[in-house]
Structure formats: structure tokens, C-alpha cells
Design a protein around this ligand. Structure first.
Ligand SMILES: Cc1cc2nc3c(=O)[nH]c(=O)nc-3n(C[C@H](O)[C@H](O)[C@H](O)COP(=O)(O)OP(=O)(O)OC[C@H]3O[C@@H](n4cnc5c(N)ncnc54)[C@H](O)[C@@H]3O)c2cc1C
Length: 305
């Protein structure tokens, strides 16, 4: 069975691993330059900053099996946040080392943006075509809608109600290179009712030798300022956290606009098959969401197909 997976994030990688073990012929296509999607770590000169997902929890036995292996290989490590009771996990050398490890024995074509889906084949921006028996799509649902519109794929009423039940929050992210590490307790702080919802000290996390901080705006602030000038947004976010990051400690900043960060409304099942078609939708918009939800969505897709 030839399976094409669109997206080399946690969902696509998790689905691919199960399908390959079952003997399927699997190819992953991703528009990015690297794997991992929203589990990303940015390098700024010689400094590093986790840029999307910051940490994750492990509740299910299926995800625990993967994380136990990654712990043994020192790819992941525990993170004990003072504001959270249960242990959290991070990539020991950056969040993107987890998808990189998962991707190591899979067939993945990067810089391949899928622009349309035809009769058992997808076409990419580079002019390539890939044939499939089954197609798994793991990109955020608003991007799936655009792709289906470009492909003139029609939805049934049930398809529409599933797709319309999924929503994402945006997130404005600032990565700041610092002169010295912050004194944020345990290296991460959750803030409430403020422009900024989260600050991580990546030096304290142990992923960078040159100190950096990752600052994520709240969903409300991100929605309000999504189309604003990025430098001005970064300035406002930094000013609001001067208690934690002294402006004189900041060497340089980069800003990123995540249009889709966390799935705020999700479809309750772990994946969905488009009616009467060999096309499956998965991702963090399905099931429990976040990194673990993405893993479980891919895992159950792989088991079911
Ligand atoms: C700012 C931010 C903070 C977060 N914080 C946390 C956190 O602390 N804890 C947590 O558990 N989760 C967090 N998350 C959410 C977590 O990162 C996601 O739930 C998870 O990584 C989703 O994985 P995925 O594979 O479903 O999607 P993605 O990681 O988005 O993967 C989809 C992939 O599809 C590719 N793609 C898109 N369109 C196309 C196309 N047309 N053709 C080819 N490829 C395409 C993309 O390049 C991407 O690699 C955060 C996310 C963000 C953005």
C-alpha cells in the first residue's frame, strides 16, 4: 500500500512510523526546510531558542513508550516547572531534536509544498506528482480547507461539520538573545491576564549555551495584534515583561507570527476519514490536542489504515 503523508510534524511522523512497521510504502512531504513543524527550535547565530511547543506532558501508554525510548537515548529530559505539579518533558538539546530522531529512518521530501490533490495523486509546487492508495493530511485544518478548495474536492455535510468544529489560536512569539540568563524560577513562567502568557529561559532549560528567552503572547493579545507591525508587537511584549527580563539584558530579538498554535476547539475523535474517499485528516485538531494529541492522532491513524 502506497501512503502519502502531508506534514512531517509529530502527527505525520507518528503515523509514518506505525505504517512502516506494518509494511506500508510511506512517503512524507513537507513544505518546510526541516522536519518537526511546530516542534521547532530556532538558531540565532550560535544561540538556540525553542520557538513553538515549549514542553509536553505524557499521559497515555502509547506516548510513554516512545518517550521512554527517547529518555534512554537522552533525546528528551524531564522538566519540573514550579507552577505545574506533574513532570513535563522537553527535547534535551531543543524541541526539534525529537522529530529529527523520529524522522531518521523515514522517507521524507522537504521543500515540497502540496498544492493540489487529484485522482489518487498529489501535486507539489515544485512540479512533482506523487501517487497514493491512501492520503493522510496532518496540516492545520484552515490550511486543509485552502488545499481542498484549490483541488476542487467537495465536502459532504458530515465532512463540513467535522472540519468546522476545529479552531486554532494564533500566537505571537518573541525570541530574545540575552547577555545573561534570567532568574525566572525553574526557567519557565506562566502569566495570566497579561499581554504575555509564557516566558521560557532556554539557558536554564539547558538547550543553549548563549542565553535566550522565548516569550509567547496570550491568545487574546495575539488575535488583537496578528496583522500589526512585528517589531512594535515585540516591543510591547518585552515592555510588559520587564520585571522578568531587564531591557538592558536584551542583545537582539526575532519575532514570529504563528497563525495556528494550539487547537482551541477540537474534533473529539483522533482522526477523520473524508466520506467515500481514501483521504484521512489528523493532527492536534483531533483528540486531546497539543504534542501528545498529535502523536496519538498519528499513531491511531497508522493503526487503523
Ligand atoms: C507557539 C506555540 C506554542 C506551543 N506550545 C505547546 C506546548 O507548550 N505544549 C504542547 O504540547 N504543544 C504546544 N504547541 C502545540 C504543538 O506544537 C502542536 O500541537 C504539535 O506540534 C502539532 O503537530 P502536528 O504534526 O499536528 O502539526 P505541525 O507541527 O503543524 O506539522 C504540520 C506540518 O505540515 C507542513 N505543511 C503545512 N502545509 C503543507 C503543505 N501544503 N504541503 C506540505 N507540507 C505542509 C508544515 O510545514 C508542518 O511541518 C505549541 C504550538 C505553538 C505554535
Amino acid at each position: 500500500m502506497k501512503t502519502i503523508i502531508i506534514g512531517a510534524g509529530m502527527t505525520g511522523l507518528s503515523a509514518a512510523k506505525v505504517l512502516v512497521e506494518k509494511g506500508h510504502d510511506v512517503t512524507i512531504l513537507d513544505k518546510g526546510r526541516g522536519v518537526g513543524g511546530r516542534m521547532s527550535t530556532r538558531t540565532i547565530d550560535n544561540a538556540k531558542a525553542d520557538h513553538g511547543a515549549q514542553y509536553f506532558s505524557v499521559k497515555s501508554a502509547e506516548f510513554q513508550a516512545l518517550i521512554s525510548d527517547l529518555q534512554t537515548e537522552h533525546i528528551t529530559k524531564e522538566w519540573h516547572l514550579v507552577q505545574r505539579q506533574n513532570v513535563r518533558y522537553i527535547g534535551a538539546k531543543g524541541m526539534n531534536t525529537i522529530p529529527k530522531k523520529m524522522a531518521s529512518d523515514l522517507t521524507i521530501h522537504l521543500n515540497e509544498k502540496v498544492i493540489s490533490i487529484g485522482n489518487n495523486e498529489v501535486k507539489t509546487e515544485s512540479g512533482q506528482s506523487y501517487l497514493f492508495d491512501n492520503l493522510i493530511i496532518t496540516i492545520p485544518i484552515p490550511q486543509v480547507i485552502d488545499l481542498f478548495e484549490a483541488s476542487q474536492i467537495s465536502f459532504s455535510e458530515k465532512d463540513k461539520s467535522v472540519i468546522n468544529s476545529i479552531e486554532y489560536d494564533p500566537c505571537m512569539a518573541v525570541m530574545a538573545v540575552l547577555k545573561q540568563a534570567t532568574e525566572i524560577p525553574s526557567g519557565g513562567i506562566i502569566l495570566e491576564n497579561q499581554p504575555v502568557a509564557w516566558i521560557a529561559d532556554n539557558f536554564q532549560k539547558g538547550i543553549t549555551e548563549i542565553p535566550t528567552a522565548t516569550i509567547h503572547a496570550s491568545a487574546a493579545f495575539s488575535k488583537k495584534h496578528l496583522e500589526d507591525n512585528l517589531q512594535e508587537v515585540a516591543q510591547e511584549m518585552l515592555s510588559s515583561v520587564s520585571q522578568w527580563i531587564n531591557p538592558e539584558n536584551v542583545v537582539s530579538t526575532q519575532v514570529h507570527r504563528w497563525r495556528y498554535s494550539l487547537a482551541s476547539k477540537r474534533y473529539e475523535k483522533e482522526f477523520y476519514q473524508i466520506e467515500n474517499q481514501n483521504i484521512y485528516l489528523g493532527g492536534d485538531g483531533f483528540g486531546i490536542g497539543n504534542v501528545e494529541g498529535a502523536f496519538l492522532s498519528g499513531y491511531h491513524l497508522g493503526v487503523s489504515i
